[in-house]
Design a protein around this ligand. Structure first.
Ligand code: BYC
Ligand code: FE
Ligand code: FE
Length: 473
């Protein structure tokens, strides 16, 4: 069957004029659709969903709203506008022209990074595929599907780079991106967080708040890259990413607000009483937060990393918002890293460039804190003394100097036995998960919300909250 790909695939990469790229996409596109139908959202493929589709990168075209059946979503390929005569903005190559083609010596590093980035996108769709059956409202159901199709588009964005710039290797990697499976034991997704199951909506909100926010920082690092097509692709992806984090931020806020309402009605903060009323007690919210925050921290890589230093030196991958820094070369500076040394903490001075993963992680933590401050305002206004908090970045780490080091939530090193005895109260327990699961009943009546979550303040794109966001087939 002939498909007019230049029409089917909205793009600003002159797809029509590149025969070889079209051929590669013609091979890949049906495999993507098969993957989507097999591993995308289950059972809602024939429903009409009120979705945003990008048909161009300008202010008018990037957000078109209308009813779409997900398999018909027009996954497009968009790069932010090219900046004429762009030069490299950091590292040893600073001031030289940005690369429009990949220099041979950076090919394998870029390939690995693009594959790692690309792998997370379909992974997240796989992780979330069952959530449509238990959405707390039509509004939330629509947001889930919006995120899923856009993660699909982000996969397209990376596959475009692989196919357009990496020849046969790139085509093989593009196939591999559809073959790995989240949570599989023999062919898992590359990064650990993307193999964790997301089978309840509290986890989805945590994931979109904490893990999509890692995406924001990684994409911002790539938006600085000397490899111009990568930089431009990631810049455009960031415009979509904002909605994913919005879903997490407002989702957790709505959970907290509903809990506060129930606490006020019952005049208690007793978790059992709150649970009996069908809301989620704040200590449970905290445990889910501890889990997803600590897992997402690992996605920034090792705190001391010669890879990160090499990426910065060569221009492959920079720091988010590079322009906010005074020194874009940082050749001789040092960074004081706190590392575990037996049961103590030692400060180790390492070259600044080797600490870039840790520095970016630090910016991420600050960004996360803003969300917590907003949620805590609601708790404060309701007159309660408890606060949600971020655990220490040393807590429950799997990557870097703190990997496997037993600490408490404040980052104090403790005995392994003490850690083992306490971890169940710091992480979601079997009981917590069973309780959250019991709440996961779909609410598909227009404008209605599940018992455990407050309604959103506004609908999507000026629609009322009781809009029919999803019309079931
Ligand atoms: N898991 O020198 P390091 C998103 C390995 S989220 C397992 O720091 P590197 C999204 C590493 O491979 C954004 N292994 O490594 C969100 C290395 O091993 P080797 C995703 C890990 O590679 C929601 C060793 O440890 N984007 O978009 O320089 C929904 C030393 O570490 C991990 C990216 O990740 C880990 N977490 O830095 C949908 C960007 N971390 O080679 C989407 C692309 C490290 O010594 N990736 N290792 O055996 C990168 O930029 C980098 O690869 C990393 C790690 C920052 C991940
Ligand atoms: Fe994404
Ligand atoms: Fe995302």
């Amino acid at each position: 069957m002939a498909i007019d790909y230049t029409d089917r695939i909205p793009n600003n990469v002159e797809l029509a004029s590149s025969r070889s790229l079209q051929r590669a996409l013609e091979q890949w596109q049906p495999k993507f659709i098969t993957w989507w139908k097999d591993l995308g959202p289950t059972d809602f493929q024939a429903s009409d969903v009120y979705l945003r589709t990008a048909i161009s990168v300008d202010a008018k075209g990037w957000a078109n709203y209308g009813y779409v059946q997900m398999p018909d979503y027009r996954w497009g390929i968009f790069l932010a506008e090219q900046q004429a005569d762009r030069t490299i903005g950091f590292g040893d190559e600073m001031g030289k022209p940005a690369w429009q083609q990949i220099p041979g010596e950076h090919r394998s590093a870029l390939r690995r990074l693009i594959v790692t980035q690309g792998d997370t996108e379909p992974a997240s769709v796989e992780q979330q595929r069952l959530l449509g059956h238990t959405a707390p409202s039509l509004y939330d159901l629509r947001n889930l599907f919006q995120i899923n199709v856009e993660e699909g588009r982000h996969l397209w964005a990376m596959v475009y780079l692989l196919q357009a710039y990496f020849g046969r290797d790139g085509r093989e990697e593009a196939e591999g991106l559809l073959m790995r499976r989240s949570g599989s034991s023999d062919n898992p997704r590359i990064l650990a967080t993307f193999n964790e199951p997301i089978t309840d909506w509290l986890s989805l909100y945590m994931f979109t708040f904490f893990t999509d926010r890692d995406g924001k920082f990684q994409l911002k690092s790539f938006a600085e890259s000397a490899f111009d097509p990568l930089a431009r692709t990631c810049k455009f992806m960031l415009t979509e990413e904002a909605h994913h984090m919005f879903v997490g931020d407002t989702g957790i806020q709505r959970v907290v607000r509903r809990t506060l309402e129930v606490m006020a009605e019952l005049r208690t903060d007793d978790p059992d009483a709150i649970r009996r009323a069908g809301a989620i007690d704040l200590p449970t919210v905290q445990r889910y937060l501890n889990f997803w925050f600590s897992s997402s921290l690992d996605l920034f890589g090792a705190d001391a990393s010669s890879n990160a230093a090499a990426y910065f030196a060569s221009g492959v991958k920079g720091r988010p918002d590079e322009e906010k820094y005074g020194d874009h070369v940082v050749r001789d500076a040092l960074y004081d890293l706190e590392v575990p040394d037996g049961d103590r903490v030692r400060v180790e001075s390492i070259p600044y460039r080797n600490a870039i993963n840790e520095i970016v992680r630090g910016s991420y933590v600050e960004d996360c804190l803003k969300g917590l401050q907003r949620w805590n305002k609601w708790i404060e206004r309701a007159g309660h003394a408890v606060r949600l908090r971020l655990p220490s970045t040393r807590f429950r780490r799997g990557i870097g100097s703190w990997a496997g080091v037993p600490t408490d939530l404040d980052g104090n090193i403790i005995a392994q036995a003490l850690y083992n005895a306490n971890v169940a109260s710091w992480m979601p327990s079997e009981g917590d998960r069973a309780f959250i699961k019991s709440l996961m009943q779909p609410v598909y009546e227009r404008g209605k919300m599940a018992s455990w979550i407050a309604p959103p303040e506004t609908g999507i794109k000026g629609t009322p909250v009781d809009y029919e966001y999803v019309r079931f087939a």
